[in-house]
Write a protein that binds this ligand. Sequence first.
Ligand code: BGC
Length: 410
Amino acid sequence: MTTFPADFLWGAATAGHQIEGNNVNSDWWARELTMPGMELSGDACDSYHRYHEDIDLLADAGLTSYRFSLEWSRIEPTPGAFSKAELAHYRRMIEHCFARNVTPVVTLQHFTTPQWFADDGGWLAPDASEKFQRYVTEATTILDGVDWVVTMNEPNMQAAIMTAMRRMQLAEGGQWQSPTVEGTEETKQTHSDFLTYADPEIGRAFTAIHHAARDIVRARTRAKVGWTIAAGALTAAPGGEEKLLEIRYGKEDVYWEGSRGDDFVGVQAYSSQEVDANGLVPHPARPDNTLVGTSYRPDALGMAVRHAWAVTGGVSVMVTENGIATADDNQRIRYTTEALQSLQNAMTDGIDVRGYLHWSLLDNFEWGHWEPTFGLIAVDRETFTRTPKPSLAWLGSVAQANQLDAAVAV
Ligand code: BGC
C-alpha cells in the first residue's frame, strides 16, 4: 500500500467558459454563433451563480483542491476598462474555497480571450504581451493567499486552435471540429494534420508572453506560478522515430522548455497516440474509445509526467487535468485508478508530483460540443440540478485515505 505525500493536493478542475454561462464578450461566444457545426455554450452549467454549490460538492466529497479560471472577457470587457464587480466575484470564489479548506488553483486564461483582443490580432498581435500583462496585473489584485497560479492553459492547444481557425477561414464551407474532439473519419485527417505541423515559432512567442506574466505574478503575489501543457504521450511506430521528434518538438517540447525556471508545470494528459513516418496515426477505432474518439490509455498520465520531467529538467509537476469522456461512470473509475497507478509509479521513480486535479468537476461545454461528458458530477441543463456520480465519492475517498488501495468500492 503506497501513500501519496502528506501535502498532496486532490481535486478537480474546470474552466470559466465551459461552466459559467453567458460569456458574451469572449471570442468563443462569437465563434459559437458563427461557426457551422458548433453547439452554443449558452447558460453552460450556470456556475457563475452556482459556484458555492460546486465547491461545496467537491469539498463534501473529500477533495481538497479546486482549479478554476478567471474569465478575462468579464474582467476586461473593453480594452483597459476593468470591472471591479467581476474581480470581486472571483475573489468571492477564492474566499469560498478558503472557507471550505479547499486549495484554489487559479488559471488566469483558459482558451478564451476578450473578443476585442481577438479582433486586434489575438496572440500574434505585436502588443499581445502588453495587453495580457495589463490584465494579469489587475488579476493579481485578488490573489492574496492563493498558492498556485497558472498563467495560461495549454498554449500548445491554443496554437492548434489558431491554426485550425486559419484553415477554416481558407477552406470553403469547412466544418468546425474542436481540436480536443477527434471528429468523423473525414475530419480526422485535417485534425491530425493541423496538430502535426504546430509551428515552434508560435511556441516561442507564447513562452515570451508566459514569462512576462510569470514575472508579474511573482512580483505581486506569493503564489507558485507555471503554465499547463497538453501532453500527447506520443510514441513512435516502427519507422516513425524521426518524425516523432520533429512533431513532438513543435507540439509540446518547445512548451515544456518554456517551463524551465517556473515553480511548477501543469501536465494535462488523456490518451496516447502513435507517430509513423507520415505523422500522427489516427486513433484506431476500438469499442473502448472515448466519446472524443481517443484511445482508452490511462497509462498516458505516467508517460506524460515522465516526459515533462525529462524535458523541463526536473520542474515540479502538478497534474492539472486528467480524465475521460465517457457516459459510463464505472469506466471513469477504472480509467482514473489506472492513471493514478501510472502516476504513482512515476513518483516512485523520483518524479516530484504535487497534486492530481481531475478533469472535470462537472459535465460541461466541451468547446463546441455538449455530448462528451468528462464530469464527476452530472448537470441538468434545463434546471441546473447537480447530480454527483459515484466517481466523485470514489475520488474523494482516495483523497481522504491519500492512497489508492483504500478507495471505497462503488
Ligand atoms: C482543456 C479542457 C478540455 C479538456 C478535454 C483540455 O484540452 O484544457 O478545456 O475540456 O482538455 O478535452
